[in-house]
Write a protein that binds this ligand. Structure first.
Ligand SMILES: [Zn+2]
Length: 258
């Protein structure tokens, strides 16, 4: 017995399978990340492929088979046309799709991830080009927001150990344990907090800012080169500590390819 159903989603990635089939991973609005097989044996895949390769929001018709889902049809609802003709925008879109692909598990329903991804694609589609430095900050911001809604919201206000509000300059950062720890607690148990590292007040403020503001508002403030370097170092270490899979490129390297 099989079940046919329709779902709205955005293609994250694809890979070849056998001679003419492909597996696709799609982040859906209602059912989280879903993987399905598109069969190319008939001519139908050739007709569907352009819809699947675009950065777009589409309706997918899927058949739930005994062991896996199979694509029966796809219709594009919204293409992000400005992204498609622009290498800069395409790189930012693809990197965010990759982060969602490796940072989420299959069939975990989370509509907030879908909204974040859609917001990001809208933002990239509609905003004029900005500098590489700004792009690398924004992609880092996307990663923080993704981690926050998938269960890794960093602690940026209170000491992880004693829960007191942190005081300027009197704390350190422990990426693996998920946030800031005050110097008093580190002194009490240096072994436990051995891997904590210095972090500036500005870097903490910038991470808070990236989690609070819309992407469009994050185009405005001046960010010095040193602050951006610190922000990336903390971002990368948090990703490596908490993502199920480590990204193919660092955030900075992704943006230097543009
Ligand atoms: Zn403490």
């Amino acid at each position: 017995m099989s079940l046919i159903y329709q779902t709205k989603g955005i293609v994250l990635s694809s890979r070849e399978f056998r001679e003419s089939d492909r597996w696709y991973k799609v982040y859906t609005q209602d059912g989280g990340k879903v993987e399905f097989l598109a069969r190319g044996g008939s001519k139908s895949l050739a007709k569907l492929t352009p819809h699947l390769e675009m950065v777009a929001e589409s309706d997918f018709m899927l058949v739930q088979g005994r062991h896996y889902k199979i694509l029966a049809g796809v219709e594009r609802r919204r293409s992000f046309a400005n992204i498609y003709d622009n290498l800069f925008k395409m790189t930012l879109a693809k990197n965010a799709l990759h982060l969602v692909d490796i940072g989420t598990c299959a069939d975990e329903d989370d509509s907030a991830v879908y909204e974040l991804l859609k917001n990001w694609l809208n933002f990239i589609n509609e905003t004029n080009e900005f500098s590489r430095g700004r792009a690398s900050f924004l992609l880092g911001s996307f990663a923080w927001n993704l981690m926050a809604i998938t269960g890794y919201l960093p602690e940026l206000h209170r000491c992880l150990s004693c829960r007191d509000a942190i005081q300027g300059g009197m704390y350190k950062w422990h990426g693996l344990r998920g946030g800031v720890v005050c110097e008093r607690c580190i002194d009490k148990n240096t072994e436990h907090w051995f891997a904590s590292r210095q972090i500036s007040d500005q870097t903490i403020k910038l991470i808070r800012f990236s989690l609070q503001e819309s992407f469009i508002n994050q185009l405005n403030p001046h960010i010095s080169g040193q602050l951006l370097d610190d922000f990336h170092e903390v971002t990368e270490s948090f990703i490596v500590s908490h993502f199920p899979t480590i990204p193919a490129n660092s955030i900075r390297a992704s943006c230097s390819l543009i």
